[in-house]
Design a protein around this ligand. Structure first.
Ligand code: NDP
Length: 347
């Protein structure tokens, strides 16, 4: 047991022979059952408690490929009607990871036939200069989407700059008007990309959320809170708890979840012992961790321990899960914006 009284995770092993995996799952399940008074004599609960099959993969890459194929057709239709969707991406500073993200967005635009404008400004750019760029982009009639790559240098007020983007061009979905529409349960605004990607991926996997207990770990403006709103919205109909750094006994809160969405930015924090057997786990986290075995000296890790694979029924991988879906949803927002601005909307 850990100091907070929760079951300690079983020791991890690199090779999972069927028997050792079975033992691990058995140990976690027994601890989970004793903690949550699960009745192993009931067939449904027993089945959940003794899972030995690894979780099914919530394959964001495959789902994103389907989204892209559909977008390609929509872009072709727009282009045939004289409108080429156009996205502007503005980045300030030299953060290497941010430049990688921007490049992958620009490349995706190329693949789909979306025009892109890439504005890269040095780290010492004044906030006023960025404001001027946003004002000009707002005025540009052939432009459908504006994205300011996060994070901005410390001397800039990211939220204030987001507020300047025209809501109809706010393809990130972070403008208060778009977030406000989300709170109202309306679907006519531009919705934040990562939560949209999570919802689309769950739908793609045929997962019915109605009546399920969902826990969202993280309450950020861009991921946690909008994800919680999407899960609780009419149509999705999950019952949602939002957990954060002040939540008491996080493992027990997570263990209540039929659906657990982890968006904390803490590498592999969610342990197998925190997860209800059979739960659906979506790992939003993207963390760089040192890894001497890799030539580059690091690897990407999610917020969820790999051991969760042996407890959950579905698990999204990192990389290849929510990441590709986020970019796909950005492209979809850009195409939607182009459709509604130029041909009155096709959805
Ligand atoms: P933020 O740092 O803005 O928010 C993190 C949230 O996690 C906060 O609500 C914070 O709580 C909570 N938190 C932090 N530490 C703990 C802890 N020890 N226990 C409980 N809660 C904790 O991060 P983001 O929401 O922007 O991103 C989260 C993760 O998702 C990151 O790894 C990020 O890289 C990744 N990400 C992935 C994307 C993708 O496309 N896959 C897109 C965007 C983000 P509090 O509010 O109390 O501080």
């Amino acid at each position: 047991m850990t100091s907070d009284g929760t079951p300690s995770p079983a020791p991890s092993s690199v090779e999972h022979s069927p028997s050792s995996k079975h033992e691990q799952v058995g140990a976690w399940s027994a601890l989970w059952a004793s903690k949550h008074r699960c009745d192993e004599s009931k067939p449904q609960e027993a089945a959940l408690l003794h899972r030995i099959v690894p979780a099914q993969r919530l394959d964001g890459k495959a789902c994103a490929a389907e989204v892209e194929a559909a977008l390609l057709q929509r872009v072709k239709t727009l282009t045939a009607n004289g409108t080429i969707p156009h996205l502007a991406v503005l980045i300030v500073g030299d953060d290497p990871a941010s430049h990688v993200y921007v490049n992958s967005k620009v490349k995706m635009c190329e693949r789909l036939g979306i025009r892109s404008t890439h504005i890269a400004l040095p780290a010492n750019t004044s906030e006023q200069t960025v404001r001027q760029h946003v004002a000009e982009l707002n005025q540009q009639d052939d432009l459908d989407g504006i994205l300011i790559q996060s994070p901005l240098p410390n001397h800039m007020d990211e939220e204030a700059l987001t507020d300047l983007i025209l809501p109809s061009k706010d393809v990130d979905g972070f403008h208060p008007q778009n977030l406000g529409r989300l709170v109202q349960g309306r679907r006519d605004g531009l919705l934040p990309c990562t939560p949209s990607g999570v919802m689309r991926m769950l739908d793609w996997a045929g997962i019915d959320l109605k009546g399920k207990r969902a826990v969202v770990l993280g309450r950020s403006r861009i991921v946690g809170m909008p994800a919680a709103l999407r899960l609780a919205a009419r149509g999705a109909d999950a019952t949602v708890t939002v957990a954060h750094s002040k939540t008491e006994d996080l493992p027990s809160v997570c263990a209540e979840a039929d659906v657990l969405v982890a968006a904390v930015g803490r590498a592999e924090m969610v342990q197998a012992s925190w997860v209800k057997p059979g739960a659906i786990v979506v790992d939003v986290g993207i963390n760089r961790v040192d890894d001497a075995s890799r030539e580059r000296g690091w690897r990407l890790a999610g917020d969820v321990s790999p051991e969760v694979e042996h407890v959950a029924s579905w698990l999204s991988p990192v990389p290849g899960g929510v990441g590709p879906m986020t970019i796909a949803m950005l492209m979809e927002n850009t195409v939607r914006s182009a459709e509604s601005r130029h041909v009155g909307g096709t959805e």
